[in-house]
Design a protein around this ligand. Sequence first.
Ligand SMILES: Nc1ncnc2c1ncn2[C@@H]1O[C@H](COP(=O)(O)OP(=O)(O)OP(=O)(O)O)[C@@H](O)[C@H]1O
Length: 210
Amino acid sequence: MNPVIELQRVTKRHGALVRLAEIDLTIKEGEMLALLGHNGAGKTTIMKLILGLIAPSSGHIDVLGGAPDGPHAERLRRQLGYLPENVTFYEQLTGREVLTYFARLKRADRHQVTVLLERVGLVEAADRRVKTYSKGMRQRLGLAQALLGSPRLLLLDEPTTGLDPAATRDFYQAVKALRDNGCTVLLSSHVLPGIEPYIDRALILGKGDA
Ligand SMILES: Nc1ncnc2c1ncn2[C@@H]1O[C@H](COP(=O)(O)OP(=O)(O)OP(=O)(O)O)[C@@H](O)[C@H]1O
């Protein structure tokens, strides 16, 4: 089976500063893998490289069968869901309105909005404004946003930072259900406790600046 993500000796530099040094990473279809590391270890840099938002200084990257910053980028974007670190929403909109707006942007089927609100446990809060949502509810709304368009690959950048243990568990249970349905998941975290029961493997990055 072809890997969904393959990084070979990938380095990212800014002048003399090395953001990421010779990383090798392979994720197979249907796997759930965690990138673990301190602040500055390079977790977000890896996500941005996979998304094609930045280019590597050296090394090779293949995502879903092509280079993420090449001609294949547009097709890749449609197959990929991304929850950035510190996601923000329009506070005055309801959860349903937020998802409907993103569904339009992503040209996803509007019917998915209701299905996804249910999947992340936000049906009852769907018509409340986002400004009334807890941090855990916001992250689950972010997960629903990332799932619009039924992506094959999900990138979650430190999705449970700041969540209490119960909210963390609820979040990862929802992600695990997606993984069990065949979605490939790459997530990042500072810590292993709390996520260990849900992941297949972890890649521990260097010491970073923490
Ligand atoms: N745009 C940039 N220009 C120069 N250096 C950068 C830039 N973005 C990040 N860095 C540096 O690259 C390294 C990796 O940063 P990155 O954000 O990938 O780490 P991280 O593991 O996601 O950290 P955190 O846990 O704090 O989010 C750090 O040393 C950081 O200071």
